[in-house]
Design a protein around this ligand. Structure first.
Ligand SMILES: [Zn+2]
Length: 439
């Protein structure tokens, strides 16, 4: 692997003591709560209903007194109901397009765009980036925060940006090779597809990439290894969400042991998704964010529905900001199969450990005679496809047994020929739930 070097964009902030971070958070939290109480009717009403006044919120220990914000709030108060700034001070709108109903949007003041750019700049530095780099941005540009988010961060570190946007894989690879791109930003599934194509074309030695920041969808350690091998890079995880302003909320350092959350801009909590009670560091639960520097559309206790845990231990890289684990599932993507909670990421991690299959899979949930069924379709590798029937049966049994032991349910496994499962240039769709059809 071409080794990237650990660099810290803003050491004064990224390496400050835990006490200093907490002090900064307390102060910024008070300011933000005052702002939303004064400017956002929804928050004022909800706080009044709970009998909480801005002056009651003094430290992050008082967070639990505040109401939650849900994604549905962003739809219900679309477009401007949650904005805390006057429209004349909003310089950007980003959003995500729901497949049904209203989209959700986030408004940014100049201050917010600046803060967002620095958050992504920190991520790119952590991946070894700098002014000498050529950054190929293969996230979609537009309302989606991926493209512009990566673009702004790369600009901030003084790199050369290639704003490719997503899609047009042949052209992506041609430009990557000809322009000598050294860093790549896109979804991990698209990066994998690019990597597979590079390999197929026999171009593996001709690509100069050294690292990349990959996010906008959950992925596993095994997917990382696969991607690092395909492109000969350090593949770094970056996390964010449109509601909180986009990618860069958290990012990995080269230790690749959790993503540092930009705690000078957000406060992260983990709660029990069922009881809504805060959980201690180290326990898995739902990730909740509170903006503490945004002035356009700060959100209070925003429920991400992403499942992960937090680690406050100092990191070998020198950064002190708390680290979040990989997202292990979604509270709302969670499938309940015969009463058992199943996350697609659990199945994925099993498949990644089995030799002879590729990371391309689809989960099909159905109900037959009042019983839930789960079928796992997974592609065989080229080498395995031509293997003996007994060899293929052995793989099928191995997958079935491993899923049974990891997830606790029996599934049907269907091995399909290479390249027959749909590829995705954006977020991969891995689950087809037929139980919900037919209404
Ligand atoms: Zn670190």
């Amino acid at each position: 692997m071409k080794t990237a070097v650990n660099k810290i964009y803003n050491p004064e902030i990224e390496c400050m003591s835990r006490e200093a971070i907490r002090e900064m958070q307390n102060e910024r939290l008070q300011k933000t709560i005052r702002l939303v109480y004064d400017k956002v009717e929804v928050y004022r009403k909800r706080m009044d209903e709970k009998g909480v006044k801005p002056e009651d919120i003094k430290t992050i220990d008082d967070l639990h007194l505040l109401p939650f914000t849900e994604k549905t709030d962003l739809r219900d108060y679309f477009p401007y109901g949650l904005f805390a700034a006057d429209l004349k001070d909003i310089v950007r709108i980003q959003g995500s397009s729901g497949t049904t109903g209203k989209p959700i949007v986030s408004g940014y003041t100049e201050n917010d765009v600046e803060a967002w750019s620095e958050m992504v700049a920190r991520a790119l530095y952590a991946a070894g980036g700098g002014e000498d780099d050529i950054v190929q941005v293969a996230y979609g540009y537009g309302l989606f925060t991926g493209g512009l988010g990566a673009h702004q961060g790369a600009t901030k570190i003084g790199a050369t940006v290639i704003p490719m946007s997503s899609g047009n894989t042949e052209r992506q690879i041609m430009m990557m090779q000809e322009l000598g791109a050294t860093m790549l930003c896109c979804t991990p599934s698209y990066a994998t597809y690019l990597g597979e194509t590079v390999k197929e074309k026999g171009l593996q030695g001709k690509i100069k990439l050294k690292s990349g920041c990959f996010g906008a969808e959950p992925w596993t350690e095994e997917m990382r290894q696969n991607l690092e091998n395909l492109l000969d890079i350090d593949a770094m995880n970056i996390y964010g969400l449109t509601e909180m302003g986009g990618p860069g909320i958290a990012f990995e350092c080269l230790e690749k042991d959790g993503m540092h959350i930009n705690e000078d801009h957000v406060i992260a909590e983990i709660i029990d998704p069922v009881t809504d009670e805060p959980l201690p560091y180290g326990e898995y639960g739902e990730l909740v964010f509170t903006s503490i520097t945004k002035t356009g559309m700060p959100l209070i206790r925003y429920r991400t529905h992403d499942i992960c845990c937090l680690n406050p231990e100092p990191c070998a890289c020198g950064r002190t900001h708390v680290r979040m684990s990989r997202i292990t599932g979604r509270t709302d993507d969670m499938m309940v199969i015969r009463g058992v909670n199943v996350f697609p990421s659990q199945i994925e991690s099993v498949l990644m450990r089995v030799k002879g299959v590729t990371p391309n899979y689809m989960l099909i949930v159905d109900r037959v005679n009042s019983t839930d069924t789960l079928e796992v379709q997974v592609e065989l590798s080229e080498e395995m496809f031509t293997d003996t029937v007994s060899g293929i049966e052995r793989i099928r049994d191995e997958i079935k047994e491993n899923i049974k032991s990891v997830v606790g349910i029996s599934v049907k496994v269907q091995l399909v020929p290479p390249k027959t499962i749909q590829r995705f240039e954006g977020k991969a769709k891995r689950v087809i739930d037929n139980r919900k059809l037919g209404f």
